[in-house]
Design a protein around this ligand. Structure first.
Ligand SMILES: NC(=O)c1ccc[n+]([C@@H]2O[C@H](COP(=O)([O-])OP(=O)(O)OC[C@H]3O[C@@H](n4cnc5c(N)ncnc54)[C@H](O)[C@@H]3O)[C@@H](O)[C@H]2O)c1
Length: 326
C-alpha cells in the first residue's frame, strides 16, 4: 500500500511513517517543517525516514493547493491518507489563531479534495483531539458525548475538521476515520508538551510550571500504542452500505486517567532529581481532566494499549538524555 502521511516530520507522523515502512508499505511524507518548535528535531526525525528507500518527501504546506496538487500528480500510486499535519497546542491558539484555521481547516480541506479526486483512495484517516470534549465533566469521554462547546480555538478547529470529513464521506462516499488522540508522549516527543518541558527544566535546575496547582489528570498514551491504533484503523476503512456515510470517529487513548503529580514523580525518579515546583492557576483553554472511553476502537479494530506510564516514561527519559547528550 502507498500512504500519504502529512506531518511526517512531526512526532506522531514520524513514528507512524517508520512503522508503515517497516511493514513494507511505501510512504509519501509531507511537512512544511515550520518553526512552531525547533525544526532541528523535525529534521532529525526526517533524516531517519529519508534513509529508507520506501520513503519520499515533499516539503510543502498542506494548505497550498497548487503544491499539494503537484504532490498528488507525482504520486498517483497513493491509496491511503493519514493527515496528521496540524497546528497543535491549546495555549498557542490564544496567540496565533490564524495558524490554526490555515493548517487545521484550510489544510484539511485541501487534503480531503485530494482524496475526493483520487479514484484509488481507500481510506482517509485524520487526527482530531481529546480537546473537542471541552469542559465536559462526564468521564470517561465517549464519542457519543456532546462536543459543541469547545473552550479553545484549537479544539474548535479540530471539531470543524471532524464535521468537514463527515460531509465529504456523505457527499463523495470517501471512507474517512477521525482519531481523537489523548496526550501522546514518548521518544522523539514534542518540546511543547509536558514530559519534554518538565525533563528539560528539571535537568536545567529551573522551576517547572504546574497548572491548577497540580490538580490535573490526563489519559497519557504511549506513542507505540498510538501507532498500532493508527495502522489498525487505516487497515479497517468504514464500509459503505449506501445509506450512512462511510465515516468512523474514535477516541484513541490509554483508557487510564493519571494524576499529573504522579507523572512528574516518575520523571523525577528517572532523572534522579527533584523538581522545583512553581504552582500556577488553571490556564485559559486548558481542561482539568481527560479520560478516554476506547470501547469503540477496541471492538472494531482490536486496539489494546499495553504501555503504562511506569514503562513509557523511562523510555522517554532514555531517549531525551541520549538526544540531548545528557
Ligand atoms: N501529540 C498529542 O498529544 C496530540 C493530541 C491530540 C491531537 N494531536 C494531533 O495529532 C497530530 C500530530 O500531532 P504531533 O504531536 O505529531 O504534532 P507535531 O507538531 O509534532 O506534528 C505536526 C507536523 O505537521 C507539520 N505541519 C504543521 N502545519 C503544516 C502545514 N500547514 N503543512 C504541512 N505540514 C504542517 C509540522 O511541521 C509538524 O512536523 C496533529 O494533528 C495534532 O493536532 C496530537
Amino acid at each position: 500500500m502507498s500512504v500519504l502521511v502529512t506531518g511526517a516530520a512531526g512526532f506522531i507522523g514520524y513514528h507512524t511513517s517508520l512503522r508503515l515502512l517497516a511493514r513494507g508499505d511505501t510512504v509519501v511524507g509531507v511537512d512544511d517543517l515550520n518553526d512552531y518548535y525547533d525544526p532541528t528535531l523535525k529534521r532529525a526525525r526526517l533524516a531517519q525516514l529519508t534513509a529508507h528507500p520506501g520513503f519520499s518527501f515533499a516539503h510543502a504546506d498542506i494548505a497550498d493547493r497548487a503544491a499539494m496538487a503537484a504532490v498528488a500528480a507525482r504520486h498517483p500510486e497513493v491509496t491511503g491518507y493519514i493527515n496528521l499535519a496540524a497546528q497543535a497546542g491549546v495555549r498557542h491558539s490564544l496567540t496565533a489563531p490564524h495558524d490554526y484555521t490555515r493548517a487545521n481547516v484550510e489544510g484539511l480541506l485541501v487534503m480531503l479534495e485530494l482524496a475526493r479526486h483520487n479514484p484509488k483512495c481507500r481510506h482517509f484517516v485524520y487526527a482530531s483531539s481529546s480537546s473537542v470534549y471541552g469542559a465536559n465533566t462526564k468521564l470517561p469521554f465517549s464519542v457519543d458525548d456532546r462536543v459543541d462547546q469547545p473552550i479553545s480555538l484549537y479544539a474548535a478547529t479540530k471539531r470543524a475538521g471532524e464535521l468537514m470529513s463527515h460531509s465529504y464521506s456523505h457527499l463523495y462516499r470517501i471512507p474517512t476515520t477521525g482519531l481523537r488522540f489523548f496526550t501522546v508522549y514518548g521518544p522523539w516527543g514534542r518540546p511543547d508538551m509536558a514530559a519534554y518541558l518538565f525533563a528539560k527544566a528539571i535537568l536545567a535546575g529551573e522551576p517547572i510550571r504546574v497548572f491548577n496547582n497540580g490538580d490535573m489528570r490526563r489519559d497519557f498514551t504511549y506513542i507505540d500504542d498510538i501507532v498500532s491504533g493508527v495502522l489498525g484503523v487505516l487497515d479497517n476503512p468504514p464500509g459503505d452500505d449506501g445509506k450512512a456515510p462511510p465515516y468512523h470517529l474514535y477516541n484513541i487513548g490509554n483508557n487510564n486517567s493519571e494524576s499529573l503529580m504522579d507523572f512528574i514523580g516518575l520523571i523525577e525518579q528517572c532523572l534522579g532529581r527533584k523538581a522545583d515546583y512553581q504552582f500556577e492557576p488553571m490556564q485559559p483553554g486548558d481542561v482539568k481532566e481527560t479520560y478516554a472511553d476506547i470501547s469503540a476502537i477496541q471492538t472494531k479494530v482490536g486496539f489494546a494499549p499495553t504501555t503504562p506510564i511506569s514503562v513509557g516514561i523511562p523510555r522517554f527519559i532514555d531517549w531525551f538524555k541520549q538526544y540531548h547528550g545528557v
